[in-house]
Design a protein around this ligand. Sequence first.
Ligand code: GBH
Length: 461
Amino acid sequence: TTTSEADLAARLPSGFRWGVATSAYQIEGAVDVDGRTPSIWDTFCRVPGAVHAGDHGDVACEHYTRMPADVALIKDLGMDTYRFSVSWTRVQPHGRGGVNPAGIAFYDRLVDELLAQGIDPWVTLYHWDLPQELEDAGGWPVRDTAYRFADYSMLVFDALSDRVDTWTTLNEPWCSAMLGYAYGAHAPGKRDYPAAVSAVHHLLLGHGLATERMREAAPRKLDIGITLNAATAYPASDAAPDREAARRADGMGARLYLDPLVHGRYPADVIADLASEGISLPVEDGDLATISTPIDVLGINYYFSQKFTGYAEDGSTVDAAGLPVSRTVPLDRPRTAMDWEIVPEGFTDLLVRISKDYPGLPMVITENGSAFDDEPDASGFVADEGRTAYFTSHLSAVADAIDQGADIRGYLAWSLLDNFEWAYGYEKRFGIVRVDYDTQKRTPKQSALYLRDLAQQHRTR
Ligand code: GBH
């Protein structure tokens, strides 16, 4: 792997996009202005013990009022793309009905500001903030939510598609379904595995319905897609139980989404695993054709990979409930502040594997980044060596994947700003720009200057 900036820049193809990503609830604040109503995250943050230190997004980075300066910052960092998400309850406060003019106006201004600065806007329609009123009506486990999502998507699309070329329906449906409805770690905090599996199908259906309708209404050629979180699931050994554990992890984490999206069918092995637990996906006629409506770009969010074993500590291969054991074991790598191991080759392996199993689908890295707890100096500057090294090793991993035939069109760093890191609150900092939450002062970190230089080297190579 190469590490010098010039070498790395030279390995990435021409036209490669450079950018940064954020999401609405993590940065905007201003949760009760201009007609916005609560999303499931506003509610979840009030559940005692749900979020670190009782943190919430009421203020966050005050991006709602500081937006023009934040766009200027993106420009200063030499980024050509900004991926942001739209808050559903700003645009459609009750999760149904017509558009809220005061709510959509913010995104209208944001898009204009980006275009004025020569930055390409990339809209994510859903980054986890379901209207609370729709959760009260059953949330993603019920089919109607898919139709509500498609209707909401068209409100945003009708307002912005004259100026926005690139669209992502959902950010990481695995997180919405599993962290939200099975593991209780994210809003709405449910622990109901069958309901979570229903949520998977309805999220994918919502993606498909929205994609069909946006495609139909598109005023010109647009890039429409979805963003998945994925990783490489390595077996701890060649032993059958370890390989089986890795297969199951990959099935639930990646193929359950990629197969219906690209091939129009759910993976038979995953269906069988679920059936053995008495769980099924609520598929109706025509759903898979809708879900597999062609997309133009697949967004990949990568953070780390894991190794899986099918053996419990005592050596048994089934748990108390009679289900096969599947647990992670350390790869013995350095870790970030999230306690996530740093595994860049898992990124290469993932991208090469997707390009082989799902050919013909251009990919963009829609998120990649890391949290470290470096302290700022007196001026607010953070010399974030760990994050900078993470970017280098992971961009090298992307270049390795491209060398091996993967079609990767760009790289968006997570995240522009330190922000509300979901259940971890403000404690974990993923920003390439430091945010002082007392003063809201933004200070680019060393990693931001590194990415700026790298993008510049790449443009002029
Ligand atoms: C992204 O999610 C989000 O899109 C973004 O909003 C967030 O701020 C960013 O990451 C940083 O967290 O240990 O069982 O959860 C990434 C979520 C975390 C999902 C790692 C997969 C591994 C399996 N990913 N997780 S588990």
